[in-house]
Design a protein around this ligand. Structure first.
Ligand code: HEM
Length: 230
């Protein structure tokens, strides 16, 4: 991919990220709770309607008809192939896409940013340049790549997803945000790949993130010893 198309790809992925929510973030600074995080407001929770995956798909211009209907999700050999090929063609831009995805989630749900110790005090304007966000986005996309590489080893895949789900539970990530992030990823990749994207690609990526989030959330449910406060 040329430097020009990389830039276009990044611009396509960043469109829709605005910085109007700086005031919200500043206001949230005043709402510290005892563990150093801001107190939750009604807006921090995903409402039932917002949590509905078809509603999220509609907002992100994804086809809700492609959402998986049978769990646990089984990816076909053709889908595994499509995932490997599309990931390879996005490799140059994938960390930038990760940054954009987190910025969009933080913009829509400022509480999500407060979950990250290293990011919670950074303004939306500065987030895009934040090394901490870049390195986190890199770890997330690196993890997705690892999952794709292990699609033929379900035992190994299950182990790393369970471990990651348990960690996210300890970090008090509300499970609804995990689905949201996955679909935001698919939407950002769709903007980047543009002409190379089709319904089959969309279905494969929705299934891949559905697979990841399903197993992470199952692991989050398993730890009954420390119930989530959210
Ligand atoms: C598909 C969804 C997601 C994937 C694949 C994912 C993946 C990862 C990975 C690979 C790490 C690094 C783990 C490690 O250092 O051992 C991580 C860390 C983390 N993730 Fe996620 N994540 C997802 C969604 C989310 C969401 C939605 C949030 C919060 C809104 C979140 C919050 C965190 C936090 C707080 C950390 C620790 C950051 C730190 O080291 O300071 N994650 N995630």
């Amino acid at each position: 991919m040329s430097a020009g198309s990389q830039l276009n790809c990044f611009q396509a992925a960043t469109c829709g990220v605005n910085t109007d929510s700086n005031d919200d973030l500043a206001n949230m600074e005043d709402l510290k709770s005892t563990d150093g995080r801001p107190a939750l407001t009604a807006n921090d929770y995903l409402t039932d309607e917002e949590f509905a995956l078809p509603v999220i798909c509609a907002k992100l211009n994804l086809d809700a008809g492609l959402l998986p209907k049978i769990f646990p999700i089984q990816l076909t050999e053709r889908q595994k192939h499509i995932l490997a090929v599309t990931f390879a063609s996005l490799r140059q831009n994938i960390a930038e896409i990760g940054v954009v995805v987190f910025m969009r989630v933080f913009e829509a749900y400022p509480y999500a940013q407060q979950i990250f110790d290293l990011l919670k005090n950074i303004s939306q304007d500065n987030l895009v340049h934040s090394q901490a966000l870049k390195s986190h986005a890199f770890r997330v996309v690196g993890f997705v790549e690892k999952c794709i590489a292990r699609l033929h080893r379900p035992d190994k895949l299950d182990a790393i997803l369970t471990n990651l789900g348990q960690k996210h539970r300890q970090w008090k990530v509300p499970p609804g945000y995990i689905d949201l992030l996955g679909l935001q990823f698919v939407a950002a990749m769709k903007s980047c790949l543009d002409q190379q994207w089709n319904a089959e690609t969309e279905e494969a990526w929705i299934a891949m993130f559905g697979f990841i989030t399903y197993h992470m959330k199952e692991a989050m449910k398993m730890d009954e010893q420390s119930p989530l406060p959210l």
